[in-house]
Ligand binder design. Structure first.
Ligand code: ADE
Ligand code: ZN
Ligand code: ZN
Length: 236
């Protein structure tokens, strides 16, 4: 996601933390909100000393295949990244600095895991090479899902989060079920449908924004609730 998607994810998660997780996070993040730190992993991309983390934002494997059966990248991927971050944050033998660094990455990667084009395929770099028009401007399928679609609703991240944070207990439990492996395959399956529904060079605008409103909002909501789940488990 772009900044808005990550902040919405963080803001929704913030509303679903246990007391224990809230206190632990307030301490580790020096009082900053999840929304505030959620873009950190993108902010460090410009610094070449952090280049080893660039492959951690996504995973590509053939459509129709499950993550577990896929060939893994030697540079790591979003799934191994999340596992590694959880381990680093949990281990109190690690320095506070190291735990905080990986916590900020974790908050970001759980968001990206729910952007369908971040659980994608290699051939076109997760839709980055699928050029399309967005309201008459050049874009690509990846960018449409990172930011164009979210921005088309003209809502701030707090407005979006407010819209998505109210779920009943049963619905929340259902969304929070499963593992990282289930969640990545779910995004990957959605990604396959998104590829099927566009053609190269297609003009996208109001119709696309309307048709994918529900799916976009669902992915943001799942990201937020599942981030809360992962954090609640870590600090239980
Ligand atoms: N670069 C290559 N594949 C990518 C993907 N799925 N998402 C973001 N960046 C990528
Ligand atoms: Zn990212
Ligand atoms: Zn992206």
């Amino acid at each position: 996601w772009g900044k808005t998607g990550h902040r919405v994810t963080g803001e929704i998660a913030q509303e679903h933390l246990t007391g224990k997780a809230k206190r632990a996070l307030e301490d580790l993040l020096d009082g900053h909100s999840l929304a505030f730190v959620s873009t950190f992993a993108d902010d460090i991309k410009a610094d070449r000393s952090f280049s080893k983390y660039s492959a951690w934002h996504y995973v590509n494997y053939p459509l129709g295949v499950g993550y577990k059966d896929s060939e893994k990248s030697e540079y790591g991927d979003i799934v191994t990244a999340i596992e590694d971050c959880i381990k680093k944050v949990k281990d109190k033998n690690n320095s506070r600095e190291d735990r905080v660094f990986h916590l900020k990455l974790l908050i970001h990667f759980i968001g990206d895991l729910h952007q369908p084009m971040h659980a994608s395929r290699e051939e076109d770099k997760g839709g980055n090479d699928i050029q399309v028009q967005w309201f008459g401007q050049g874009s690509n399928l990846h960018r449409v899902w990172d930011k164009n679609l979210i921005e088309s609703y003209g809502m701030t991240y707090t407005e979006l989060a407010h819209e998505l944070t109210d779920v009943d207990r049963k619905q929340r439990k259902t969304i929070q079920e499963g593992s990282i492996y289930d969640w990545v395959d779910e995004s990957h399956e959605i990604c396959a449908e998104l590829y099927d529904s566009v053609e190269i060079g297609q003009k996208l605008g109001y119709r696309y924004s309307y048709d994918y409103n529900d799916l976009l909002f669902q992915q943001l909501q799942k990201g937020g609730l599942r981030l809360a789940k992962v954090l609640n488990d870590i600090f239980a």
